[in-house]
Design a protein around this ligand. Structure first.
Ligand SMILES: Cc1cc2nc3c(=O)[nH]c(=O)nc-3n(C[C@H](O)[C@H](O)[C@H](O)COP(=O)(O)OP(=O)(O)OC[C@H]3O[C@@H](n4cnc5c(N)ncnc54)[C@H](O)[C@@H]3O)c2cc1C
Length: 506
């Protein structure tokens, strides 16, 4: 029987946000799709977990596209992720406090931020005004423009239109795109701001332009926390996929991508089951896709170079506490500067940051709170001790140090703790297969910024009928960008099949 275009099939590896999005758009465009996921849950890194009545979020601090009519919102509408969902906005990103109580409040409102920073350091007035001017400008910047059409499908007219839309921002991009938060901090005269500014956006190599965009979107209500936490957000997209007629196989880890005559034809699972399709999309870890699931001649020298360890990634150690104390009057995110460094997991720390999730009362029992401390950590440190008793004891030791630090800001909190939960980079690696437990694929820094702007290839040289999407081909990752990535690969498949790309908003 000859297959009509509408009966063509797609296999997708991974039910993270990229894979779920790819599945939804495949179904919207008349493909028969199935997703194979190693875990028993959707979402991949976009997840949360329950511990004794507390829901611990392991991902979203803010998701772009939360406000109707704003950049990235359309994709969430198409994926059914935002309809009926409460989006929680914060008026400040975080507060950074030294031991004397001096505090930088990172207001999302650029006017408030400007006034506040100038009151902290009048001597830095010009620098502060330039910074807040940039934030005002980025409130009108549409970051989703770069992903709306895959680069490979863009016509000269599309490029001209994109360039026209980017033109008003080129000055700001040039000024702030290649300065890291750390370098920006060094430009301040005030010693407190020199220390605090690099910590404003969670990692100090972040290009200032990215941090500015984040504040700009927080100010416009377009960077919010989805009530119910990250897993619920992912589940909404899983539901949309199933409603569109898609099929998900959980606990189904792909071992090999099957290739015949340089064409991907299907997958083989670890239980030796074989599934065939016209197209194969990997929305799973980039390293495993190239070196394990494909391997052989497809691991080209260029791809080996990409994964040779030179590009930055972000590893996190997360200590999550369920506490029998109401912290709803406390700021949602605090970074404390320490006078004396503390040694945690082999590294000296001079600050530690604490989030409390009381802003979403659905996550903890009434009158109780979730406190999460996130520490950037070193993957090889955890890898070396993994599988030894030391691995468990080291986690306990880190939690203990963290609780000791918390005692200084919330005296007596140790007695109120009902749940202690630790996640190392090895936990992230184990649960999602991500190379070295990376939380965003390639970390967005000055080094990877151009890779993001120019776009990475979503194909593998010499391999037909195969695409890659997700955070390993979208430097900086993030939930909306990987969803766009999943959408992009289906746009490319439609283009190869000479059919128009369609979207349906429920
Ligand atoms: C702590 C943390 C905080 C974050 N904060 C934010 C934030 O505030 N805002 C934001 O937008 N983004 C945030 N991110 C980043 C964002 O979560 C990720 O970039 C994004 O979710 C990655 O999605 P993905 O689908 O590309 O990959 P993944 O989520 O890694 O999905 C890949 C999926 O493939 C599956 N898989 C892997 N190998 C196989 C195999 N062989 N067979 C079958 N299945 C397989 C995995 O189990 C997984 O489900 C954060 C991430 C972390 C970890």
């Amino acid at each position: 029987m000859t297959k009509s275009e509408s009966q063509k099939s797609v296999i997708i590896i991974g039910a993270g946000i990229a894979g779920l999005a790819a599945g939804c758009y495949a179904q919207m465009n008349g493909y028969r799709s199935q997703i194979f996921e190693l875990h028993n849950l959707p979402g991949g890194l976009c997840t949360a977990w329950d511990r004794k009545g507390f829901t611990i979020d392991g991902c979203i601090h803010y998701v772009f596209g939360s406000a109707p009519g704003q950049p990235f919102n359309q994709i969430w509408q198409e994926l059914g992720a935002v309809q009926g969902r409460t989006m929680i906005n914060h008026s400040e990103m975080m507060r950074i406090r030294d031991t004397d109580g001096k505090t930088l409040v990172v207001h999302a409102d650029p006017d408030q931020l400007e006034q506040h920073m100038q009151s902290l350091s009048p001597a830095d007035s010009r620098l502060i005004s330039a910074f807040t001017r940039g934030i005002r400008k980025f409130t009108r910047f549409d970051m989703s423009l770069m992903q709306q059409k895959p680069k490979g499908l863009m016509t000269p007219l599309d490029w001209a239109s994109l360039a026209g839309k980017m033109l008003p921002y080129l000055g700001s991009l040039a000024r702030w795109g290649l300065v890291s938060a750390r370098e920006f901090g060094n430009q301040f005269n005030d010693p407190f701001l020199r220390r605090a500014v690099p910590l404003m956006f969670a990692w100090d190599e972040i290009p200032v332009m990215v941090g500015m965009s984040l504040l700009a979107y927080m100010h416009t209500g377009n960077a919010s926390f989805p009530a119910g936490a990250s897993l619920e957000f992912a589940r909404a997209i899983e539901k949309r996929y199933l409603d569109l007629g898609g099929e998900i196989h959980y606990r189904s880890q792909v071992e090999k991508i099957l290739v015949e005559d340089d064409r991907a034809v299907g997958v083989r699972l670890y239980n030796d089951e074989i599934y065939k399709a016209d197209w194969v999309v990997s929305a799973a870890d980039g390293h495993a896709t190239i070196f394990d699931m494909l391997g052989g001649p497809f691991a080209t020298r260029a791809l080996k170079r990409l994964y040779d360890g030179r590009l930055p990634i972000y590893n996190q150690f997360q200590v999550s506490l369920g506490v029998n104390r109401d912290l709803s009057h406390e700021p949602h995110w605090m970074t404390y500067l320490l006078d004396e460094p503390v040694l945690i997991a082999g590294e000296e720390r001079r600050d530690f940051n604490v989030k409390n999730y009381c802003f979403d009362p659905s996550l903890s029992p009434a009158g109780k709170s979730i406190v999460i401390v996130m520490l950037r950590t070193n993957y090889p440190y955890w890898q070396h001790i993994y599988g030894h008793r030391l691995y468990d004891s080291e986690q306990l030791q880190v939690s203990d140090i963290v609780i000791e630090q918390l005692e200084k800001v919330y005296p007596g909190i140790r007695q109120d703790i009902e749940v202690v939960d630790e996640a190392t980079p090895l936990s992230f690696e184990r649960y999602t297969g991500n190379w070295q437990g990376s939380s965003t694929g390639w970390l967005l820094t000055k080094q990877t910024m151009m890779m993001m702007v120019l776009g990475m290839k979503k194909t593998i040289p010499g391999l037909k009928n195969f695409y890659v999407c997700g955070q390993w081909v979208e430097p900086g990752g993030s939930v909306p960008v990987v969803a766009m990535s999943g959408r992009n690969v289906i746009q490319m498949i439609c283009a190869s099949d000479h059919k128009p790309f369609k979207t349906i908003t429920p």
